[in-house]
Design a protein around this ligand. Structure first.
Ligand code: GLY
Length: 386
C-alpha cells in the first residue's frame, strides 16, 4: 500500500492540533450555544440556524470532543444546552421525517449519555432510534432516506445511512431490544449487496423496485451516476468499519478493504480528494476536505480489529491524512464564526446530478466534527459516540 512520506505528524503536533481545534470551539461558543450552526459556512463564516437541519448534531459533537480533551466545564454546560434542544426536537418531531437520526443524535445525545450519564440524552436518542425505525421499508429491506414513505420517487436509500445505522445498534444495546439490531442488519445487508460496485467504489443513492428487488444506483450529490462522489466513498469506508465494530462480521472488513483501496487509488498527492474522485486536482474542481477526515476516522476504527502489520499501515495513513489537513486545510484558531477545516464541499451542481448547490469550497459542519474526532482518536483510546 502506498504511503505518503511528505506528510507526518508527531504526537505533540497532534495534541497541538487538537488544542487549536478546542480553542476554535471555545471562540465560537458564544455564537452557537443557544442556536445551531448552519450545515456549511458562507464565505468562511457559519450563519446560525434553528435546530432543523440534518447537520445540527456535528457542532455539539465538537463541543463534547472539546470537553473530553479539556475537561473544562464550560463545554459540558454548552453541550447540555444543545442536548435540551435535541430532546425538544425529537419530542416535537421537528424536521425528523428522514433517515438522518444518527447524524443528529449520536454526537449529541448518545455522547451525553456516554460521557456524563445524561438520562435526557439517552431517552432522546432512543426516541430518535424509534423515529429511524419508521423509515424502514420491509419490501426491499432498507431505511428510506428522504420524502414520504408512500412516494415511489423516493423509494431509495443512500450510502450516507451507514452512519445513521449505528444509532440502532446502540439502541439495541441500551434497551435490550433486538428489533433495532434486526433492522440495522437488514438495511446494512441491502447496502452491502447493492451500493458497493465490484471495483469498491460506491453509488450515492440506490433505488429499489416496489417488489423489493434492486433497481439501480443514481447520484444526487456526485458528478454523475457512475462517478465517485468522494464523501459517499468516505461514508462507505467509515460505515463499514463501524459495522464491524457492532457485529464482528468479517464481511464488513472485506468491504472496508475494497472501498478503502478504491479511495486510495484516486487520491492526489496531498491525500485530500476532489469532491468527486472522477476529478484530479489539475481539473480545478474543489476538494472535499471532510472526506479525508471521515476516512481517517474509519482507518483508526478499523485498525483496532486487524493484525498489527495492517493496523500499523492504516494508522500511518490516517496520521498522514491528518497531517495534510492540519498543515494546509485547518483554520487558524481565533476566527469568530469560522469552522475547523477549509475546502470542504457539501453539494456542487453538475449537469448530471440533482442536488441543490450549497457550501462549495467552504467549511462543513461534519468536516469540522470528523477532523476533531480523528485527532481525538490519535490522542487516546476513544469510546466512539456512534
Ligand atoms: N448527504 C449528506 C452529505 O452531504 O454527506
Amino acid at each position: 500500500m502506498k504511503t505518503y512520506q511528505n506528510y507526518a505528524m508527531t504526537d505533540a503536533e497532534t495534541r497541538q492540533a487538537l488544542a487549536d481545534a478546542c480553542k476554535q470551539v471555545e471562540t465560537n461558543l458564544p455564537l452557537y450555544t443557544y442556536q445551531c450552526q448552519n450545515h456549511s459556512s458562507v464565505n468562511g463564516i457559519y450563519p446560525g440556524c434553528a435546530n432543523n437541519q440534518w447537520t445540527c448534531g456535528f457542532w455539539p459533537g465538537e463541543i463534547w470532543l472539546a470537553y473530553e480533551a479539556t475537561v473544562d466545564e464550560k463545554f459540558k454546560t454548552a453541550a447540555l444546552i444543545q442536548v435540551d434542544s435535541f430532546a425538544d426536537r425529537i419530542a416535537r418531531k421537528v424536521e425528523v421525517d428522514h433517515h438522518d437520526m444518527g447524524f443528529l443524535y449520536s454526537p449529541t445525545c448518545v455522547a451525553a449519555w456516554k460521557l456524563v450519564g445524561s438520562e435526557k440524552g439517552k431517552n432522546a436518542a432512543i426516541a430518535a432510534a424509534d423515529q429511524l425505525l419508521t423509515r424502514y421499508q420491509p419490501s426491499g429491506k432498507f431505511l428510506q432516506a428522504w420524502g414520504t414513505m408512500d412516494d415511489p420517487g423516493n423509494y431509495r436509500y443512500i450510502i450516507d445511512c451507514m452512519l445513521n445505522v449505528p444509532l440502532l445498534y446502540w439502541a439495541a444495546q441500551v434497551t435490550g431490544s433486538d428489533h433495532y439490531r434486526e433492522i440495522a442488519a437488514a438495511h446494512t445487508a441491502t447496502t452491502l449487496a447493492n451500493s458497493f460496485r465490484p471495483d469498491g467504489s460506491t453509488y450515492h443513492t440506490f433505488f429499489m423496485n416496489p417488489d423489493g428487488t434492486p433497481k439501480g444506483g443514481r447520484t444526487c450529490q456526485g458528478y454523475k451516476d457512475d462517478s465517485f462522489w468522494a464523501r459517499g466513498q468516505a461514508w462507505g469506508v467509515y460505515g463499514s468499519a463501524i459495522g464491524y465494530t457492532y457485529t464482528h462480521d468479517e464481511k464488513f472488513l472485506d468491504v472496508f478493504r475494497k472501498a478503502l483501496a478504491f479511495y486510495l487509488s484516486r487520491l492526489p498527492e496531498d491525500l485530500i480528494p476532489c469532491w468527486d474522485m472522477l476529478f484530479a486536482p489539475e481539473s480545478g474542481e474543489p476538494r472535499d476536505s471532510s472526506s479525508a477526515a471521515i476516512v481517517a476516522c474509519g482507518l483508526l476504527e478499523a485498525a483496532k480489529y486487524v493484525d498489527e502489520a495492517e493496523a500499523a499501515q492504516w494508522r500511518t495513513l490516517a496520521r498522514q491524512m491528518l497531517a495534510s489537513l492540519t498543515a494546509n486545510y485547518a483554520v487558524k484558531p481565533g476566527t469568530l464564526g469560522s469552522g475547523q477545516l477549509l475546502h470542504g464541499t457539501y453539494s456542487k451542481k453538475s449537469p448530471y446530478n440533482t442536488c441543490t448547490p450549497e457550501g462549495v469550497d467552504e467549511c462543513t459542519s461534519w468536516g469540522d466534527y470528523f477532523y476533531m474526532e480523528a485527532l481525538t482518536r490519535l490522542t487516546k483510546d476513544w469510546e466512539m459516540y456512534w
